[in-house]
Design a protein around this ligand. Structure first.
Ligand code: CMP
Length: 140
């Protein structure tokens, strides 16, 4: 099934000049970038985006990290896009990520892991709508 998913190049990825490398890997896998922007989150926006993690011990640090510099959210489209983006990213913890994945190759820690990708269809819907309004996304 053709799906859309949200990915983000996080502040560590922007700071390390790998926006292009992350996008290149998605495009090389046949995924299409259908929307993309650079923004800087404030605390409320970062808290809202990661609200499912609000009770986790790493939440305050995660929110501070996500506000520490610009991020590049994007909408990716393709066959089975949600699972494919997650495979291309690799496991959350770069130490556990498979060779050849973005996080194995580029990430420095479980928090500063370069990239985010939606974990399912409902999450993708929420996350795409969090960063992009209808006029910014091409109709399907
Ligand atoms: P992401 O896939 O964006 O989803 C939640 C984020 O929280 C995750 O990537 C990491 O950046 C961060 N995260 C998840 N688990 C931990 C953890 N155990 N310690 C610190 N940060 C974490």
């Amino acid at each position: 099934m053709i799906e859309r998913t949200l990915s983000i190049v996080k502040p560590d990825g922007v700071a390390r000049n790998v926006i292009g490398e992350v996008v290149r890997r998605f495009e090389a896998a046949g995924l299409k970038v259908v929307a993309l922007k650079m923004i800087r989150l404030d605390r409320a926006m970062a808290e809202g985006f990661y609200h499912v993690h609000r009770e986790r011990p790493f939440f305050p640090s995660l929110v501070a990290f996500m506000c520490s510099g610009p991020i590049v959210p994007m909408v990716l489209e393709g066959e089975d896009a949600i699972a494919r983006v997650r495979r291309i990213m690799g496991a959350t913890d770069p130490a556990k990520a498979d060779p050849g994945t973005i996080r194995k190759d580029l990430a420095s820690s479980i928090e500063k892991n370069i990239v985010h990708g939606s974990d399912g269809p409902a999450t993708a819907g929420f996350e795409i709508g969090y960063f992009f309004d209808a006029l910014e996304i091409p109709p399907r």
